[in-house]
Design a binder for this molecule. Structure first.
Ligand SMILES: *Cc1c(COP(=O)(O)O)cnc(C)c1O
Length: 436
């Protein structure tokens, strides 16, 4: 399906990938990095600075993935790096409490409306896995609703994306995930209010939690409608189910308080990752105090971690959140986001290409799709082949986009207005080349 890129990548990356493939499955430590959705060989990175990635062949690229979300301040922000170095000099892990953990917890609680108490973990996956367990423990119920096209990390019970608008019980997406692990997972279509109401009338009193990305990044950028949010909040509250916003991607990105602050909808629990660690491995889950007090040792739901609250990761996260609070980037990100959105849309329209540019703040996707994308069924109709050619064309112009039609691009505060203009000019050129 995917065209092989005519753009030939650097020799050193090709050699590095050969070596890596003998050592690691597919040559990578996380599958998206292998460029499977666009074909060709991944670029190996040597270093990064501000809005740029530098590959091992000495090429400089404008980076629109920002490590898939965390780098909202740009790469290697001097104050974040300094905090990391200073923390490391005091020792890299103690397995005992620190005041810095309370400092970060205070910052999270102050910023995110739904969070009264929080637990730090090591990744977004750990955050969602733990939140589901706590929701089940707190409600004494088993079933969980998720939405097709929403990604919550590689948690067994949530690795089900296949689904139709009917309330079907999940079938596993990955070998190794047992039908037992997903047997209590109900997959619904995103933005389908009727689907929610039907599931709650069919399984009244049995649903522990509904988990969703309040703005989806993981099928490309797809926002929840106001109506969908309202129905979710009302039905879960009426039934005593826990509403979990997975804000691993949107947290501290769509506003300091995440999507929940931007949309004015307060869930019962929230999962965080990516930006909260400032580029270090750190995640968090939090929510209502009575729910969080179910977690051991306050309560009985088990959840632990040798490196949780790691001082180096906490230093990076805490410094990042402080910089976001004290010098808000969100107006600027909105400005350049709008400019890029308009520029890409104009360039695609000028070339007569069917497209939708969908954006919320500093996350955005250009879908090669004639119709608006509101759910996975819509997203799935996008032209993946055209995206692959666009991706490689843009690499040729020095612009590094997400290597899949179904991922959002991210802006950082280091993306200058000149960089945005440069990107739009590159896209104009590339769209013309897609016509033949
Ligand atoms: C990235 C992501 C995760 C998983 O986080 P990891 O740190 O990769 O485990 C979970 N949920 C959402 C919405 C994400 O974007």
């Amino acid at each position: 399906m995917v065209t092989t890129p005519d753009y030939s990548i650097g020799e050193k990356s090709a050699v590095a990938f050969e070596r890596a493939r003998k050592l690691m499955p597919g040559g990578v430590n996380s599958p998206a990095r292998a460029f499977g959705a666009v074909g060709g060989t991944p670029l190996f990175i040597e270093h990064a600075e501000g809005p740029y990635l530098f590959d091992i062949d000495g090429r400089r690229l404008i980076d629109y993935i920002g490590s898939w979300g965390p780098m909202i301040l740009g790469h290697a922000h001097p104050e974040v790096i300094e905090a990391i170095v200073k923390a490391a000099e005091r020792g890299t892990s103690y397995g005992a409490p620190t005041e810095a953990e309370s400092e970060l917890a205070e910052q999270i609680i102050a910023a995110v409306p739904s969070v009264e108490k929080v637990r730090l973990v090591n990744s977004g996956t750990e955050a969602t896995m733990s939140a589901i367990r706590v929701a089940r423990g707190a409600t004494g119920r088993d079933k969980v609703i998720k939405f097709a096209g929403n990604y919550h990390g590689h948690v067994d019970s949530l690795l089900v994306a296949a689904g139709s608008s009917a309330a079907t019980l999940g079938v596993p997406d990955s070998p190794g995930v047992t039908s037992g692990a997903v047997g209590d997972t109900i997959v619904l279509e995103y933005n389908d209010c009727e689907g929610i109401r039907n599931a709650f009338s069919e399984y009244t009193g049995q649903i522990a939690a509904v988990i969703l990305e309040p703005v989806v990044g993981n099928m490309g950028c797809v926002p929840a409608t106001a109506e969908f949010m309202k129905v979710l909040r009302e039905t879960t509250a009426a039934d005593g189910a826990i509403l979990i916003f997975d804000e691993v991607m949107t947290g501290f990105r769509l506003s300091l308080g995440g999507a929940q602050q931007r949309y004015g909808v307060t869930p019962d629990m929230t999962t965080l990752g990516k930006i909260v660690g400032g580029g270090m491995p750190l995640g968090a889950y939090g929510g209502r105090g009575d729910i969080m007090d179910q977690v051991l040792p306050a309560g009985k739901v088990f959840q632990a971690g040798t490196l949780s609250g790691n001082p180096v990761a906490v230093a990076a996260g805490s410094t990042t959140l402080r910089l976001l609070r004290d010098d808000s980037p969100y107006d600027y990100l909105e400005l350049i986001g709008e400019r890029l959105e308009n520029g890409l849309a104009r360039a695609a329209a000028g070339a007569g290409i069917d497209h939708q540019v969908q954006r919320v703040g500093s996350m955005m996707t250009l879908f090669f799709n004639p119709d608006p994308v509101n759910n996975w069924t819509d997203a799935d109709r996008s032209d993946r082949d055209k995206y692959a050619r666009y991706f490689w064309g843009m690499i040729g112009e020095g612009v590094y986009l997400p290597c899949s039609q179904f991922e959002a691009l991210f802006l950082s505060r280091t993306h200058s207005e000149a960089i945005i203009e440069e990107t739009i000019s590159a896209a104009e050129k590339v769209f013309q080349s897609l016509l033949d």
